[in-house]
Ligand binder design. Structure first.
Ligand SMILES: *Cc1c(COP(=O)(O)O)cnc(C)c1O
Length: 421
């Protein structure tokens, strides 16, 4: 049974006034919702201390980074460019850890400044050792099992290239002793699915890696805490998944006389539900009595690629211009504005369009796409069809509406091109 979705943190009046002030489409974030999520993450059960790192790839807008910083949350950067971005907006090098698939070009400079490095392959570890013998390092392992709501977000197990495969522990040890490295942290991050049982098993394995390196003081279990975007989906209860892990840390302390600090790296959890995308219905078409009725939005996969990429579902809430909502409900296929058949917001993984039950919606009405705070603005087919990157706004804790990113001009899209013909 699907139910009609509701607005999460905006009121209908706010939707209308945001559009009149900043236009449509528009990303909107709520500072107080983000702060609440920060507090929940900071209350994660732990035995001997906790460090929360924000996986900034989820949404790197500087205002969000500053909200995190004020809460005492530090940074998980997934590329050297994210490191530079976090440094630029006030994080100290020591507050940033780089966990990167690609080895950074600025490696030496960044590590010399104090940025922490999480070695994700034997080659990365070897290179670290060659340049910084005797220095402290973190190591990312692939524990051999993963968790993800789709294969594409699963980053553990044999099909994943993330982290050092767990059976290569002896090679890791060789490199560590060859360069006298101090392994201060072991790290796993297995993806965005968060089955509590899988998570507990991963914690167990990660503690085994901590056991293998007596210098380890911090154990990072990464992120991947699932949030319920749709009304019928459940969010991870951090207290529930954290409780058994706390016991594992206590047992470890009894057995090895080492009190390990727990680190977590939420991205999705901190921001996903704290953002909405306000769009306008640009057109309505249908494909006859055996077909579908389509709502065409003024936004698309260039703003939120998750439905096209994963078949991800986001709530779609109709807000009428007039304020009078129809009592009639209808099944719609909701599509984006890109000339691309995959730009469909209501689809199954694999691309088959499905309908969504919504209040009857007309051209000119607004559709608010909810739960777009993570991996939407930051992860999109930006500028496809030469649609400019859209504006972002923040509702501050005192209720003010502030623009936090301007809409791009079309000239910005082609300004780096060089004419040679
Ligand atoms: C992306 C990422 C995270 C955050 O994942 P979420 O599913 O957004 O919580 C944490 N750690 C690392 C290393 C990541 O790459």
């Amino acid at each position: 049974m699907t139910s009609i979705e509701k607005l999460k943190f905006l009121s209908e009046d706010q939707v209308r006034s945001l559009v009149s002030e900043f236009g449509s489409p528009l990303f909107v974030y709520s500072q107080s919702e983000i702060e609440k999520k920060c507090d929940e993450a900071l209350a994660f059960p732990n035995a001997f201390g906790l460090q929360v790192r924000y996986a900034m790839k989820a949404n790197p807008n500087s205002n969000l980074l500053k909200i995190m910083k004020k809460k005492g949350i530090v940074i998980d950067a997934s590329s050297e460019h994210e490191v530079l971005r976090a440094l630029h907006f006030g994080f100290s090098p020591e507050e940033i850890m780089l966990t990167s698939q690609q080895f950074p070009t600025l490696f030496k400079e960044l590590i010399e400044k104090g940025v922490k490095f999480n070695a994700c392959s034997l080659k990365q570890l070897e290179t670290f050792g060659q340049i910084f013998p005797g220095k402290a390092v973190s190591i990312r392992f692939n524990p051999g099992l993963g968790s993800g709501h789709t294969k594409k977000t699963d980053v553990g197990g044999v099909t994943s290239s993330f982290g050092i495969w767990h059976e290569k522990l002896s090679q890791v040890k060789e490199i560590v002793s060859k360069y006298n490295l101090i392994v201060e942290k072991v790290h796993t991050h297995i993806g965005s699915g968060s089955d509590p049982e899988v998570w507990k098993a991963v914690a167990h394995y990660t503690l085994e890696y901590a056991e293998a390196f007596p210098t380890v003081t911090v154990v990072s279990l990464g992120g991947g805490y699932k949030v319920g975007r749709m009304a019928d989906e459940k969010s991870t209860d951090l207290k529930e998944i954290g409780a058994p892990v706390k016991i594992l840390f206590e047992d470890f302390a009894k057995k090895h006389d080492r009190k390990l600090i727990l680190e977590i790296e939420p991205g999705t959890f901190l921001v996903a539900l704290c953002g909405a995308l306000i769009t306008t219905v640009d057109d309505k078409v249908d494909t006859g009595s055996h077909g579908f009725e389509f709502l065409k939005l003024d936004a698309g996969m260039d703003n939120n690629t998750r439905p096209s990429l994963y078949g991800a579902k986001h709530p779609l809430v109709t807000v009428t211009k007039s304020g009078n909502i129809s009592a009639n409900n209808k099944e719609y296929v909701v599509v984006g504005h890109c000339c691309e058949s995959g730009d469909v917001f209501t689809q199954k993984e694999g691309g088959e369009p499905i309908t969504r039950l919504m209040a009857e919606t007309n051209i000119g009405d607004y559709i608010v796409m909810e739960a777009v705070g993570a991996y939407c603005s930051s992860m999109s087919t930006k500028n496809y069809n030469s649609f400019p990157e859209i504006a972002e706004a923040l509702i501050t804790t005192n209720g003010d509406k502030k623009l936090i990113r301007k809409k791009q001009n079309v000239e910005d899209i082609f300004k780096n091109e060089i004419s040679v013909v």
